[in-house]
Design a protein around this ligand. Structure first.
Ligand code: GLP
Length: 250
């Protein structure tokens, strides 16, 4: 596998992380109005979407031709479920911009035939020529999407078991830990790596271990995000709290 350089940007705050990412994304949408955009959920993404919405209004950025594919969805939850990631996206982003409903693609966590659901999603991404930009967060254990430690770097969209660490960390969005689904559908690491450009956003001390491992010399399936360093066009955008504990190993 070829070795690639990657861009690494440390900024002062969570707000600054969102601003940087939004600027990069908006430049790309202006260049290619029918961009295929990979999106993520999570607390890191909330201020990013807020900033993106502001920017859309301020600069009259047109989302009408942009297609979006979200990374993942909890198994068993319908898109109308208020704990679903689809619901998160609707509230935090989709309903605030002029994206066309038909251009929003999402994994359906409640489809019985989840294998078909996953392979159809892969085919759909390919039919649009692949993801142009994938926006990513990172889990406390280094997961990307819902690709938990141990996931193959070649993995494609599939159903996965969530680790107890991830369920605990995501339980804030649910009434109790036991109500957090045990499984999820996620695009694979191979699918993510096929994106033409990746922006990884990380904020807060909680992410410092995962980012440190992702940037360390050892690329291992134990830390799924570590493979990202081999991507030909990736930018890590992190705040100073994430960076404080990182001795750069490059
Ligand atoms: C979830 C999502 C990931 C996200 C991660 C981090 O598990 N599946 O895509 O990157 O959480 O979320 P947060 O930003 O809330 O820490």
């Amino acid at each position: 596998m070829a070795k690639h350089d990657f861009k690494f940007l440390v900024v002062s705050s969570q707000n600054a992380v969102s601003k940087e990412a939004v600027e990069i994304l908006c430049r790309q949408i202006k260049k290619k109005p029918n961009l295929v955009l990979g999106l993520a959920t999570g607390t890191t993404m909330k201020p990013f979407y807020k900033e993106l919405i502001k920017h859309c209004k301020r600069c009259k950025l047109d989302f009408s031709k942009v297609k979006t594919f979200n990374l993942d969805e909890y198994s068993g939850l319908s898109e109308g479920d208020k704990h679903s990631l689809r619901h998160f996206m609707e509230n935090n982003f989709f309903k605030h911009v002029n994206i066309s409903k038909k251009n929003i693609y999402f994994l359906h966590g409640d489809r019985r035939n989840y294998r078909k659901e996953c392979s159809d999603y892969e085919k759909r991404i390919k039919s649009f020529g692949g993801i142009d930009i994938q926006v990513l967060g990172i889990g406390v254990n280094g997961h990307i999407g819902f690709n938990e430690p141990g996931s193959s770097f070649k993995s494609r969209t599939r159903r996965v078991k969530l680790s107890s660490k991830t369920r605990k960390s995501n339980s804030e969005d649910f009434p109790s830990l036991s109500s957090v689904p045990k499984y999820a559908l996620t695009v694979g690491i191979g699918t993510i790596m096929d994106s033409r450009k990746i922006l990884l956003l990380a904020v807060g001390d909680k992410k410092s271990w995962a980012v440190k491992k992702a940037l360390s010399k050892k690329i291992s399936t134990k830390v799924p995000a570590s493979i990202l360093r081999r991507h030909k066009d990736i930018e890590f955008i992190i705040d100073s709290r994430v960076a404080s504990d990182i001795k750069l190993l490059m």
